[in-house]
Design a protein around this ligand. Structure first.
Ligand SMILES: NC(=O)c1ccc[n+]([C@@H]2O[C@H](COP(=O)([O-])OP(=O)(O)OC[C@H]3O[C@@H](n4cnc5c(N)ncnc54)[C@H](O)[C@@H]3O)[C@@H](O)[C@H]2O)c1
Length: 366
C-alpha cells in the first residue's frame, strides 16, 4: 500500500517503544498468524514496517541534534529495551519551542531522571514538516503542555497533515479544534492513549461488567504510580487537570448513571524513581448486588507503561493514514473511541472494537 510518513513531537518513553516496535515487527506482513502484542498485523493493507518516521522534535539537550535512533535511548528515557538493533534512521531530532512543555519542578530532580532544556534555537516546525514529506504528526508531549500541544496541532494544520494526539490536551475531542481539522479536510485521532491492557481499559471493562450484571457501583478509586518522567511531571497537580478529566470520564462513560464526584477518585498518585517505566495501578470497587448485599473488588495491575501505549498508537497511526487516503475530514470517531481515553464520542469497548473493524473494512465512514 505504500509508506506512512510520520513526524513525532516528544521523543520520550512512548516514542521509544513505538520506534523499537517498528523494527521488532518489521517481518510481519500478513494476518495469517496471531502475533503477541498486536491488535492488527496488517491494518487496511498497511504493515507496521510501512510506518516511517521522517521528522522529530524535542527540547532536551540529550536528544536534540541526535539521530532519532539514539535519542530514543537517551536519558531521562528509561523504558525497557525489547529491540536490540535500531539502525541509524537519518532523522535528526530538531529543537521545538519549549512553551509550557517543561514543568519548573523538573530542575529539582537529578539530571538522569528529569528534563533538561537545550539552548538551541527552536526550528521552523512547519517548514520541517513540509520538507520532510510527513503525512501525520504524532504528539507525545508531557501532560499539562496546553500551549505547546496547541502549537504543534496548529503546525499540523498549516503543513496540511493528519494529527494523532496521544496525550490529554483536548484537540480531537474539542469541537473547536475538531472543526479546524474538518475545515482543512484533514483527519485527526485523539485524545490520550488508552493503553493495550492498562488501568483505564481494565477499570472501564470491570465497571461495564458490574453494570451489565445489575451490580450498583457506589464508590471506586484507581491509584497509579511509576518512576518515569510522565509520573515525575504529574507530581505538579496544576498540570493534571485534563489528565484527571480524561481518566475519570473514561470510566464514568461506562456507567448507566454517573457517580457523584466524591465517590470516584482516579488519577496519577506518586512518583517512585526505582520503578522506572513500570507502572503499578490499584483499583477498588465497592457496590451492592442482589438484596443490596455488599460486594467489593480489588485489582492490581503491574505493567511496563510505554510499550502498552505503543501497541495502541500503531493502530491509531494506520487508521489516520486510512483517513488521509479516504479524504476524511475531522475526528475519526471509531479509532479514537477504541484507542483513546477521551474521544469526541464514547462507546463501550466492544462496540468501539466493532466500529473500528467496520471502519477498516470501509463499511463505516469514520
Ligand atoms: N502508557 C503510557 O505511557 C501513556 C498512556 C497514555 C498517555 N500517555 C501520555 O503520552 C505522553 C508521552 O508520554 P511519555 O511517557 O513518552 O512521556 P515522556 O516524559 O517520556 O516524554 C515527553 C517528551 O516530551 C519532550 N518535550 C517536552 N516539552 C516539549 C516541547 N515543547 N516540544 C517537544 N518536545 C517536548 C520531553 O523532553 C520528553 O522527551 C504523556 O503526556 C503521557 O501522559 C502515556
Amino acid at each position: 500500500m505504500g509508506e506512512i510518513k510520520i513526524a513525532i513531537s516528544g521523543i520520550g518513553n512512548c516514542c521509544c517503544s513505538l520506534i523499537q516496535g517498528l523494527y521488532y515487527y518489521k517481518h510481519i506482513n500478513s494476518n495469517d498468524e496471531s502475533v503477541p502484542g498486536l491488535m492488527h498485523n496488517v491494518l487496511g493493507g498497511y504493515k507496521i514496517s510501512d510506518v516511517n518516521p521522517v521528522a522529530a522534535f524535542d527540547i532536551d539537550k540529550r536528544k536534540v541534534g541526535r539521530d532519532l535512533s539514539e535519542a530514543i535511548f537517551a536519558k531521562p528515557n528509561n523504558t525497557l529495551r525489547f529491540q536490540k538493533d535500531v539502525p541509524k534512521m537519518d532523522v535528526r531530532v530538531q529543537m521545538g519551542p519549549v512553551l509550557d512543555g517543561v514543568a519548573p519542578h523538573m530542575m529539582n530532580y537529578p539530571e538522569d531522571e528529569a528534563f533538561r532544556v537545550s539552548n538551541e534555537k527552536p526550528a521552523e516546525v512547519v517548514k520541517i514538516l513540509k520538507d520532510s514529506g510527513a503525512e501525520i504528526l504524532v504528539n507525545y508531549l508531557p501532560v499539562g503542555s496546553q500551549k505547546a500541544v496547541e502549537f504543534y496541532a496548529s503546525c499540523a494544520l498549516e503543513a496540511g497533515i493528519g494529527f494523532v494526539n496521544c496525550m490529554p490536551v483536548f484537540i480531537a475531542s474539542n469541537p473547536v479544534w475538531a472543526k479546524k481539522f474538518e475545515e482543512k479536510k484533514l483527519p485527526c485521532v485523539g485524545d490520550d492513549v488508552k493503553s493495550q491492557v492498562g488501568a483505564t481499559i481494565t477499570h472501564r471493562v470491570l465497571t461495564k461488567l458490574w453494570a451489565d450484571r445489575g451490580v450498583k457501583l457506589d464508590k471506586t478509586y484507581q491509584l497509579n504510580f511509576g518512576g518515569n518522567t510522565d509520573f515525575l511531571n504529574m507530581l505538579e497537580r496544576s498540570r493534571l487537570i485534563s489528565k484527571k478529566v480524561s481518566k475519570t470520564e473514561s470510566v464514568q462513560s461506562q456507567l448507566p448513571q454517573r457517580l457523584a464526584d466524591n465517590n470516584i477518585h482516579i488519577g496519577p498518585s506518586d512518583y517512585v524513581p526505582w520503578q522506572k517505566d513500570k507502572k503499578v495501578c490499584y483499583i477498588r470497587m465497592e457496590g451492592r448486588k442482589f438484596g443490596d448485599v455488599p460486594v467489593v473488588m480489588e485489582a492490581r495491575l503491574d505493567v511496563e507503561d510505554s510499550p502498552n501505549s505503543a501497541g495502541v498508537a500503531i493502530d491509531a497511526i494506520r487508521c489516520c493514514k486510512l483517513g488521509l487516503d479516504r479524504k476524511i475530514a475531522g475526528p475519526l470517531k471509531s479509532i479514537s473511541s477504541y484507542t483513546m481515553k477521551h474521544p469526541i464520542e464514547q462507546y463501550s469497548d466492544s462496540e468501539a472494537y466493532q466500529r473500528v473493524e467496520d471502519f477498516i473494512a470501509g463499511k463505516r465512514e469514520r
